[in-house]
Design a protein around this ligand. Structure first.
Ligand SMILES: Nc1ncnc2c1ncn2[C@@H]1O[C@H](COP(=O)(O)OP(=O)(O)O)[C@@H](O)[C@H]1O
Ligand SMILES: [Mg+2]
Length: 289
């Protein structure tokens, strides 16, 4: 069977199948996530949520697949220009992300651009993840659902990679619940630049791997087969290898490039907690505390 038709049948058309994409920075990971998003949107009625990491207008590419609905903290603002039919949902409670998602759109969650502290951001994503598990278990959200998380090591850090104890607790929670999500037809499609940067019990529950160009050491974490190591290290930016749940490796697969639509741009305005931070800068505040 052809690699791509097998991928379509056993992954794209099968809700609940998790996938992890691994590759060094600049190897095409974000582009790979677009390709998967394109595929999922094309074959079925799955809802899509994409966590925005605020890198140079990247979310505007998603408007090629479906119109956007953008969730952001109510005290801040996202402004997309040069893209038609964008809906905005400023939220207060994180539950709104799951309860108000629109299956006919790509639901973009923009929080990271408004949080300076990566530890705080991880904690927020951890809470959002917990609510996803709770609400989908209670049957309150639209399924099937795919959640895209670029740079996933920030959410479930491996040994020695976490920033605080709490950070590891979030990882333990993710580990305990990824399998449950699968059965609820909710899947995670994530990327990382280091497979061991992700908690062991979490990375092993990703049935599917997509390999992009990786370094020597990273390669050995995935395979001990020299012939694959050579191939992994020399993959071009538009090439990937898919590892199927059966541990079969595909041939090199050529991926398309998805450009930012002409003239499209995103502005992120404000920071969460900015007002409080400003208070703390006042001398009167410093005198009292
Ligand atoms: N399918 C592709 N075809 C052509 N060029 C690509 C393709 N995928 C990625 N690239 C090139 O590689 C660069 C890095 O891709 P990107 O997805 O941003 O990498 P990463 O997310 O791993 O840092 C892109 O800006 C583009 O120039
Ligand atoms: Mg990227």
């Amino acid at each position: 069977m052809n690699w791509l038709s097998r991928f379509e049948k056993e992954f794209l058309r099968k809700p609940g199948e998790h996938l992890l994409e691994v590759g060094i920075t600049g190897s095409g990971k974000t582009q790979g996530l677009y390709w998967i998003c394109d595929g999922i949107v094309n074959v079925g009625k799955e809802a899509v949520v994409w966590f925005d990491i605020g890198k140079g207008n990247e979310i505007t590419v998603l408007s090629r697949f479906r119109s956007l609905k953008i969730f952001y903290p109510y005290e801040c603002k996202v402004e997309v220009r040069g893209v038609d039919d964008v809906k905005y949902h400023p939220f207060d409670l994180v539950d709104e992300i799951w309860l108000e998602l629109d299956p006919s759109r790509i639901n973009v969650v923009s929080i990271e651009p408004f949080i300076d502290d990566p530890e705080v951001y991880s904690r927020i994503v951890g809470t959002i993840f917990k609510r996803l598990v709770r609400l989908s278990h209670a049957g309150e959200i639209y399924t099937p659902l795919t959640v895209f998380l670029d740079e996933f090591h920030n959410v479930a850090p491996g040994k020695g990679q976490g920033m605080t104890d709490n950070h590891y607790r979030i990882g333990a929670y993710v580990q305990k619940n990824v399998e449950r999500l699968r059965s609820l037809k909710v899947r995670i499609v994530a990327s990382t630049h280091g497979i061991t940067k992700i908690r062991k019990g979490v990375r092993t529950s990703f049935n599917w791997l997509m390999i992009r160009r990786i370094s020597d050491k990273l390669g050995q974490e995935i395979t001990r087969l020299d012939r694959y190591l050579d191939i992994f290290q020399t993959l071009a930016n538009d090439e990937a290898i898919i590892v199927y749940p059966t541990k079969t490796y595909s041939d090199k697969i050529k991926l398309p490039f998805y450009a930012i639509p002409e003239g499209a741009r995103v502005d992120y305005i404000g920071l969460v907690g900015e007002e409080e931070d400003r208070e703390e800068l006042k001398l009167s505040h410093m005198v009292k505390h």
